[in-house]
Design a binder for this molecule. Structure first.
Ligand code: GRG
Length: 274
């Protein structure tokens, strides 16, 4: 579990939780259990995604994948453990001291929805089904929105909701999250096609020869980039009614899309002091 979680990647999801909560004035101490839980869920999905039964990858972020080091059984359990611990830490009594219990329960419900059959797991199932098949753009988006977008959207909404966001403001931030989630996966696919994924960040040497349902595979890199630019603008537009307090969310949108748009191999996550 430590091996899959602590070396870490870009920490996009917990940063989004903190940035969205900060937009509505929450203290980072209040948001941190939720931010950690979302990163633990991400780490679980990556460990399972790398398993021989799925992508069969030997390397992740430049290091051997969990099952290559500890064996498949232990990697499976590490993923299960991270997923379970995520719900354990946010349902702890200490969390209910700063966030009303009814809201905590509702956030657990929302996360469960986002990572279950209607979200992450369902998206992954569709992705496996679509391998080596001809798919149209609507199917690609359907998979992306669930497999990748749902967790990103939830990371944002949970931060905002834990901070008390409601109504129109919550809807705006949620729309920002929907556009960003799709942008994230398209950017990832563009970097993959162009072989520009920063070294050490992606899984490598998956043994399965497979054709994945991706945006560039269906419409080509040029059009995928156009769609990415459009999504960046749409996500930023949702934040136009907010002031400087939304700067970190804006910076994250630029980071997510900029990695694939600016031909920079090592574009870095913005410096954010929390
Ligand atoms: C087996 C029950 C069960 C569930 C599996 C595997 C899975 C559910 C979902 C897969 C989700 C997945 C791997 C989506 C791809 C999203 C993606 C591009 C992940 C990489 O995210 P980054 O770039 O990673 O944020 P870092 O390395 O920065 O943490």
């Amino acid at each position: 579990m430590r091996y899959g979680l602590f070396p870490g990647g870009k920490r996009i999801r917990p940063i989004l939780t903190l940035a969205a909560g900060e937009l509505f004035g929450a203290k980072h101490k209040l948001l941190m259990p939720f931010a950690c839980a979302l990163e633990m869920i991400h780490a679980y999905s990556i460990i399972h995604d790398d398993l021989p039964a799925m992508d069969d990858d030997d390397l992740r972020r430049g290091e051997p994948t969990a099952h290559r080091v500890f064996g498949e059984g232990m990697a499976l359990l590490a993923g299960d453990g991270l997923l379970t611990e995520a719900f354990h830490i946010i349902s702890a009594p200490q969390v209910a001291r700063s966030v009303p219990s009814a809201l905590v329960l509702d956030l657990i419900h929302e996360i469960g929805h986002a990572i279950g059959a209607a979200g992450l797991v369902g998206g992954q199932a569709f992705d496996l089904e679509a391998e080596n098949k001809e798919v149209d753009l609507a199917t690609v988006e359907y998979i992306h929105v669930r497999k990748t977008g749902a967790l990103i959207l939830t990371a944002i909404r949970v931060g905002a909701r834990a901070a008390g966001a409601k109504g129109t403001e919550l809807r705006r931030v949620s729309r920002y999250g929907e556009f960003l989630g799709l942008a994230f996966q398209i950017a990832d696919d563009i970097l993959d096609v162009k072989g520009q994924t920063p070294p050490g960040e992606r899984p490598e040497s998956g043994r399965k020869e497979r054709k994945k349902a991706t945006y560039p595979a269906v419409v080509g890199v040029v059009q995928a980039k156009e769609r990415l630019k459009e999504l960046l603008q749409q996500s930023l537009k949702q934040l136009s009614g907010f002031g400087a307090e939304a700067e970190h969310l804006r910076a994250m949108a630029h980071f997510v899309a900029g990695r694939a748009l600016h031909e920079e191999r090592n574009s870095k996550i913005p410096e954010i002091q929390f």
